[in-house]
Design a protein around this ligand. Structure first.
Ligand code: PEP
Ligand code: MG
Length: 313
């Protein structure tokens, strides 16, 4: 109880001039939900549901799934809970589906939402389980969406199930480039900076030798985020960020300055991000974002942004 009171005292994410930036948690299992509550998260911005499906011979029942989703909603009454539909692929195969063809590049293969064009029953069952618990706060989003057509398909299926809010992750550059077209079909977007960097720089997340290209300060990545946030603002729809970039307190200010409406991260990063936002105005965050995008390298972008965010020490 003492810890819960402590986290409540941390208050919501906001800039020094009171612009709200709700701070949410990324979770990948039931233990993470407790940690998110204790860390003072205002909700869940990315509920990775792979843990329910991987390493088992049969898909989880609707009741088992509903229980896992309900746990998140009950942990955050009045807060938002964004559940991502299963993000499986050749590198994370599902034992209850026919064995996938060997793919030389699983990151570029039949993964995420792509898998469910061929096996719609798995996504159908997941959305049915989500519809069972749907109420205030529940939002559902699809991973690995590349086109407006895919976004439209996902949104139609969600609506047919009576789900209140359907969105897509922006983690493929084509989706960022045409974010307006996707936003015309969904209720919100959430940028996954991990995969967006992987695909923008053609640098496999799993390959350490190319990890420098995964640096979320790369100006090209900032441009893709800016493009998406601008499209969301024009559409009047939320644009969250749920990749690791949001966990860096300096970059979090920049992302808020670029127009992110929420930031979602590992629970352990929430305090530092909350503190960083609290000592800078939205105007400072915007300025830091602007100067970062004027740079040519990731290191320069970070240095330039930091110089405009004096509260970070
Ligand atoms: C991302 O790609 O940035 C993301 C948040 O999803 P994941 O890390 O689960 O691929
Ligand atoms: Mg991803």
């Amino acid at each position: 109880a003492r810890q819960v009171a402590l986290s409540a005292a941390r208050g919501p994410g906001r800039t020094a001039d009171g612009h709200p930036v709700p701070l949410l948690a990324n979770v990948g299992g039931l233990a993470d939900i407790d940690a998110a509550v204790l860390a003072g998260a205002e909700g869940i911005g990315l509920y990775r549901t792979e843990f329910l499906f991987l390493d088992r011979a049969e898909p989880p029942s609707a009741a088992e799934q509903a229980e896992a989703y309900r746990a998140a909603l009950e942990a955050f009454p009045g807060g938002m809970v964004v559940v991502r539909t299963l993000d499986a692929g050749a590198d994370k195969p599902l034992a209850f589906l026919p064995a996938p063809a060997r793919e030389p590049n699983p990151a570029l293969g039949e993964r995420g939402v792509r898998l469910f064009r061929r096996f719609p029953e798995v996504m159908d069952a997941q959305l049915d389980a989500l519809a069972r618990v749907a109420g205030e706060g529940l939002e559902v989003m699809a991973p690995m969406v590349a086109t407006a057509e895919e976004a439209g398909w996902f949104a139609r299926v969600c609506r047919a199930k009576g789900l209140p809010a359907a969105g897509v992750m922006i983690e493929v550059p084509s989706a960022a480039l045409r974010a307006g077209d996707l936003l015309a079909r969904v209720d919100f977007v959430s940028i996954g900076t991990n995969d967006l960097a992987q695909y923008a720089f053609a640098a496999d997340r799993q390959v350490a030798a190319v990890s420098a290209l995964q640096d979320p300060w790369q100006p090209a990545l900032l441009d893709l985020v800016a493009m998406t946030a601008t499209a969301a603002e024009a559409a009047g729809k939320p644009c969250g960020i749920c990749g690791e970039a949001a966990a860096d307190p300096v970059l979090a200010c920049v992302l808020a300055g670029l127009g992110a409406s929420t930031l979602s991260m590992a629970a352990t990063s929430l305090d530092a991000v909350r503190a960083g936002l609290a000592v800078h105005t939205l105007a400072q965050c915007r300025q830091a974002a602007e100067v970062a995008r004027e740079q040519t390298t990731a290191a320069e972008a970070r240095t330039a942004a930091r110089a405009h965010l004096p509260g970070l020490g």
